[in-house]
Structure formats: structure tokens, C-alpha cells
Design a protein around this ligand. Sequence first.
Ligand code: FES
Length: 157
Amino acid sequence: MSTATDDRYKALEKAIKKLGYEKSSLLEVLNSAQGIFGYLGIDTLKFIAKRLQLPYSKVYGVATFYNNFKLKPKGRHNIVVCTGTACHIKGSEKILQKIEQRYGIKAGGTTSDEALSLLTARCVGTCSVAPVIVFDEQIKANVSLENPLCDIEESIK
Ligand code: FES
């Protein structure tokens, strides 16, 4: 998904703007980005570098220095369950529990065959269609609480 059409980048842009595009806000921006995406992918780090006018090597260096930042999910596929306020109100906790039970992993974990990593995010920027999950970079809107994996389970191998 392109950074221009992905609502998560709009949310990240908003967070960076709030911090005044200050280079010194890098740690806060990385925290916000992880909250939005569930992890810090290369495209996200490049986006941050560009917006803060910092060298990519600096942004990458800081992101890899701290253990609390995840650079990429371990699994071949990943699901990010949004647990932000709008999604929480619409039952995201139930969605998370269902997926945890189905795959026998907790948020932050990866299945033993490394087919799936499960992550959470604070808000992926599409609150109007909550509850939301992101499956392999694709935003799934109005996710069913009863069967949150109905159209994606087949793809998880
Ligand atoms: S709270 Fe889930 S998209 Fe905003």
C-alpha cells in the first residue's frame, strides 16, 4: 500500500506534525509509528527519515538500538489488531482473543511454524470503520467479532 493512500501514514504524519517535525522528537515519533503499525517496517523508517529530515541510517540506528522496537514481524504473515479507543469500543479485545485462541499465541507472538505473527496497534487511522485489523499491510474494516478471520484464514500457511 502506498504511503499516500494508507491511512496509517496519515495518522503518522499527524503525530509528526504535532511534534513540530523536530529532529529531537525521533524517539517519540518511532513510538507513535510502532503504535500505529504494530512494528517499524523499512518504508515506515524511510518515511520518518524524510519527514524529520534525518539520514535514514540515523533513524534505522535508533530503531535497532532499543529492544522495545520491533523491526518486522517474524512470521510469513502478520495480523495487527487495532486496540485504539474506537476499535476497543467496537470489541477489538474479543477479536484479539479469538485470534489468540485460534493460533495458540499471544499478542506479540509468532506461531511455532512461523506462519503468523500477531501484533497490536493503538490506532491505524481508520476509526470510522472500526473494528479494524491489518493483514499483511491490507486494512480489513468492520471486522466480525464472531469470525474475525473469515476471509483471511485460508491465506495463512
Ligand atoms: S482506534 Fe482503531 S482505527 Fe482508530
